[in-house]
Design a protein around this ligand. Structure first.
Ligand code: HEC
Length: 433
């Protein structure tokens, strides 16, 4: 809009003036414009009614009331609790904050947490019930509530018939604990032998005790050589849940086989130090909506030979698995698992001198674990090696150390034992229909 008549100098000072007065305003971060959108994308999946966070961050009033805490937890990297380190695998549905989102959140709090112009507010997200993926296709649950006995660790298995009339492919499962204070983890095994029902009938009360595993023939540590046995071993688990686990749909065309004959055995680990209220945990099952061409297999990378000495802050355990001829595969998702001494867990694929990271979690937190689904399936060709390594801090300086004084720790299911596991959900390149 440069017109004749206005001297250039005046123009320049007008321009400068407008820059100076407009710039700070334009930089003001408001709830209506930026923060509400960050809350929707990165916080509300948990901070909503009926979910795991202790309060909602659905409205301006919510966010403003928590502003100082938001600044503290974002600065400290505690929230959102997204664990994989950037640059080591790329995952779908990430709720990690981008640098810009982080800068905006902090600037908003420092600027006095203004609402801004309500006209800029986005539509609120549709309300969801207990299930983060919406109403499941099938819900199964314990027949009656179970009250765990007093004691630190109880492992109880419940047999859940599905009532299915056809074989199905499962695209996602979600688990809603009946008592969030006592349910420590849940693993869903599958049994088609009828053995689980026998075990259940032999014990009083709902379910049966099952430390270590469901007590039925399962393909526990499926090694790649077992995969020759594909038909009978098609699936032995539907997955699991631990505090912080979010449900994810598998990519299209991939599903976990669920035979109509199978019973779901739900193993629940109760930790009753806080609460002994009855529990009735529910499982929501989402079936694949489009044709499945590739079944998902679970390949556990496991190092059971653990011997973690006391007073060592950085003990490392690792294992390698070289993919045999013909078993080229793609990794769809990955679920790393350790207990309370764990500090860092890493999985990579190596081939010759090349190493490709699959996942790295460098601030392991038992309370935040779950499966991470790759944005793109990760090819692992025959001849390459999957390498898992786990690092532990078994000193008194580790505030999570369950043993005081620290003691020698070995592999086991108990809270005081340790594990070094990564469950890989894979498809086999030569196995599709
Ligand atoms: C995956 C679920 C999840 C997501 C995503 C999440 N939170 Fe949380 N948040 C929780 C849970 C559970 C707690 C309570 C337990 C805890 O502190 O770990 C919590 C606690 C908090 C607290 C209180 C912490 C304290 O020390 O008092 C704040 C503040 C918070 N979250 C902010 C946020 C913000 C801001 C976001 C998004 C940028 C976010 N959270 C994303 C689950 C989540």
């Amino acid at each position: 809009m440069v017109r004749g008549g206005i001297p250039t100098d005046t123009m320049r000072s007008l321009l400068l003036l407008s820059l100076f007065t407009v710039a700070p305003l334009a930089a003001e971060v408001t709830y209506a414009k930026e923060v509400s959108r960050i809350m929707q994308a990165k916080c509300q999946q948990c901070h909503r009614p009926n979910d795991i966070a202790p309060f909602a961050l659905s409205t301006y009033e919510d966010a403003a009331a928590w502003a100082e805490d938001i600044k503290r937890v974002v600065n400290a990297g505690l929230m959102p609790p997204w664990k994989p380190v950037a640059g080591h695998g790329e995952f779908r549905d990430s709720f990690a904050l981008t640098e810009q989102e982080k800068i905006d959140l902090l600037a908003w709090v420092e600027g006095g947490a203004p609402l801004g112009d309500p006209a800029n507010l986005p539509e609120p997200l549709p309300a969801k019930g207990d299930w983060s993926l919406g109403e499941p296709d099938l819900t199964v649950q314990m027949g009656e509530p179970f009250t765990p006995p007093r004691g630190r660790d109880t492992y109880r298995c419940f047999v859940l018939p599905t009532g299915l009339e056809d074989d199905k492919y499962v695209s996602a499962i979600d688990i809603v604990p009946g008592n969030r204070a006592s349910v420590h983890h849940v693993i869903l095994y599958l049994d088609s032998t009828g053995k689980a029902e026998e075990l259940d009938a032999a014990e009083e009360g709902p379910g049966y005790n099952c430390l270590g595993g469901p007590g039925t023939p399962i393909v526990g540590n499926l090694s790649l050589s077992d995969l020759g046995n594909l038909a009978s071993n098609l699936a032995y688990t539907l997955g699991g849940w631990a505090p912080g686990t979010r449900a994810h749909l598998l990519p299209e065309g991939i599903g976990i086989p669920l035979s109509k004959k199978a019973r779901i055995i739900m193993q629940v680990h109760y930790y009753t130090n806080v609460s002994r209220d009855p529990d009735q945990t529910r499982v929501g099952i989402y079936f694949a909506k489009s044709r499945v061409r590739k079944p998902l297999f679970f390949l556990p990378l496991v190092q059971q030979r653990l011997s973690i000495p006391p007073d060592v802050p950085d003990h490392v355990a690792s294992m390698n698995l070289t993919i045999p001829f013909f078993l080229d595969n793609h990794v769809i998702n990955i679920f790393p698992h350790m207990h309370l001494l764990g500090q860092e867990i890493k999985v990579e694929v190596t081939r010759g001198s090349e190493a490709k990271p699959l996942i790295l979690i460098d601030k392991w937190d038992f309370n935040w674990q779950g499966p991470y689904t790759f944005t793109e399936a990760q090819g692992v060709s025959a001849g390459s090696t999957l390498r898992l390594s786990c690092k532990y801090d078994n000193t008194a300086g580790n505030p999570r150390n369950p043993s005081n004084p620290p003691k020698q720790v070995t592999w086991g299911e108990g809270t005081e034992d340790e594990m070094c596991v990564a469950f890989l959900g894979i498809t086999l390149d030569r196995f599709s229909f």
